[in-house]
Design a binder for this molecule. Structure first.
Ligand SMILES: C[S@@+](CC[C@H](N)C(=O)[O-])C[C@H]1O[C@@H](n2cnc3c(N)ncnc32)[C@H](O)[C@@H]1O
Length: 225
């Protein structure tokens, strides 16, 4: 399957450039990056993020999205936060020398949120219980200025066959292989997320990104009113 090209949000970062930044990473990590490029439109998402300003990436993992953001526009200042010490160490090892790119160990349900122009949350909230999801989104809203942007990427509950496929894959990754921290999943429908974000004072654009992929990828671009 091939993803359609969106002329308003062209892909600006190549796989090769990203792999170049992670050249010191081990073979497992590089294999993970190659798989992620195939199954997730993570390169396409970059163009939806403002080109400059302070960005906080909650649940940044091994720093992949932060790396893509920096390659897309070096004027971005980025702080990534993740609960998994191994992933933060991987991010620092590969990306630690890049100016204005910082990785911190922390639980995004508990840390203090720094003021920022943009918050991004990429494939993280479905691992976090519903009440804590709401708290996290509320803290993003409080830390953003008016016109600030929250970009939330998650998995939609439709199309149903993609949702079912994703549940099987995530069960493998989380419960059996132990690849990501977490023990169960907390998916919301797109209507549920849109209503929640609007109730927190955001105007929301929804960008379905599942075409050409096996997974029900969905992006919410939420601008603080
Ligand atoms: C599926 S990975 C996505 C990583 C990254 N955002 C990406 O797209 O490449 C989910 C990440 O969320 C992190 N995570 C889960 N719960 C968290 C929490 N409460 N605080 C911080 N990070 C968390 C996990 O450690 C993991 O790195």
């Amino acid at each position: 399957m091939r993803a359609k090209i969106d002329p308003l949000h062209p892909v600006r970062v190549t796989r090769k450039a990203v792999l170049g930044l992670f050249r010191e990473a081990g073979p497992l990590m590089r294999a993970y990056l190659r798989v992620k490029f195939r199954i997730c439109p993570i390169l396409r998402m970059e163009a939806y993020i403002p080109d400059k300003g302070m960005i906080v990436d909650l649940g940044c993992g091994n720093g992949l999205f932060a790396a893509i953001l920096k390659l897309g526009s070096p004027a971005r200042e980025i702080v990534g936060i993740d609960l998994d010490a191994r992933k933060i160490a991987e991010a620092r090892k590969s990306l630690g020398n890049i100016p204005h790119l910082d990785f911190r160990l922390g639980d995004v349900a508990a840390v203090t949120y720094p003021p920022a122009d943009v918050y991004t949350i990429i494939d993280v909230l479905y691992l976090i219980p519903f009440a804590a999801q709401e708290r996290i989104l509320r803290m993003c809203a409080a830390a953003l200025p008016p016109e600030g942007t929250l970009v939330l990427k998650d998995m939609d509950k439709k199309p149903r066959r993609k949702y079912a496929w994703n549940a099987i894959q995530e069960t493998l990754a989380v419960k059996i292989i132990g690849f990501t921290l977490g023990s169960r999943f907390y998916f919301r429908s797109r209507a549920d997320y849109a209503a929640l974000l609007e109730s927190l004072g955001f105007a929301v654009d929804i960008v379905p990104l599942h075409k050409g992929y096996w997974y029900p990828h969905i992006l919410f671009i939420a601008r603080k009113k």
